[in-house]
Design a protein around this ligand. Sequence first.
Ligand SMILES: *Cc1c(COP(=O)(O)O)cnc(C)c1O
Length: 381
Amino acid sequence: MTLALDGGTPVRTDPWPAWPPPLDPAQRDLVTKILDSGLWGATQGGGACESLTAAFARLSGVGHGVAVANATLGLFAALRGLGVKPGDEVIVPAYTFVASATSVLLAGAVPVIVDVDPADLHLSAAAVEAAITPRTAAIMPVHLAGSPADMDDLNAVAARHGLVVVEDAAQAHGATYKGRPIGGLGDAGVYSFQASKAMTAGEGGLIVCRDQAAHEAIWSVCNLGRRLGGQWYGHPEVGWNLRLTEIQAALLLPWLDRLDAEIDRREAFVSALDFGDLPVSVVPQPPGTTRDSRHLLMLRVHQPFDRDFLLRAMAAEGVPLDGGYPPLGTMTALTDAGARAEECPATAGAARDVVWMRQSMLMDDPVRAGDLTEALRKVLS
Ligand SMILES: *Cc1c(COP(=O)(O)O)cnc(C)c1O
């Protein structure tokens, strides 16, 4: 047995649930069927990508979708399809995965990195409003950690200034805001199926949107500039091949049937947490959250602590935590590439005080929630 950093017995020695969860028979059957059919590409008429797209549009409360190779490209395609042009500015939160900004760069646009709400760490409507210039074309709320950004406030700012709204839903499959599914609250929403996400095919992504013209434009970006229903070798627009494979769609389609149960399971784990008098709390959800998909559990530590020590000591206790995102504005690769960063004190605070527990751990039996608090108690004392 390995020892905890204090030389004692680790709080936890048995493994946490693996991610992804074991394949279920429905996934195995559908993947095998697709493999046997030889129809591995979405252009061959096998229909798995088409079914997945329809299912995600339904899940998001909209009529349209486009399955793509990953969410980075999906965000790019949504921006481009919705008319974001080189030189335009797109407002993104500072506390998010880097792809929220690099997708903007891919569209030739300027990521404008603004601060998050100091409590819930989601894109702040006030910070967005303050960063708007005549070149602002879009905003990209991120449904961070599985809880929806406060979309009514953000949509109101966007409407006042005539901006496009692209929801980064990479972490929030199945979440709802004021009872309405995310993904369908802006002009487009983009899910990810990368290996760490709540539904995964190793890689993958899916764009959903309400408007038919937007769908046709986004579809064209993802299909070499073709017109939906038009000639195969007719390319009236510039576009790329950003498609998902049928094999990936076959892994994902059956997953939709258990997504709700998996969210409930993670929620039960979180509900079982009792921090008692520990100087630790769960980062609150933005107002309007009616279902948090619990992609990550963000924990704020309310006393000064050494991050490296905390992360190493928690790992040694068998309860590994994650350090989370550095503020996007501190990434020189982004600013060197033209991103503009506003002052982001709340994000700096999150980078200092917030650590994460991963969704795979939240899939454990809720009776094991005490492992987290017991390990924190040892490490913080
Ligand atoms: C994972 C992630 C992405 C990128 O998704 P990929 O499918 O890996 O390209 C974008 N934004 C956020 C918030 C993410 O967590």
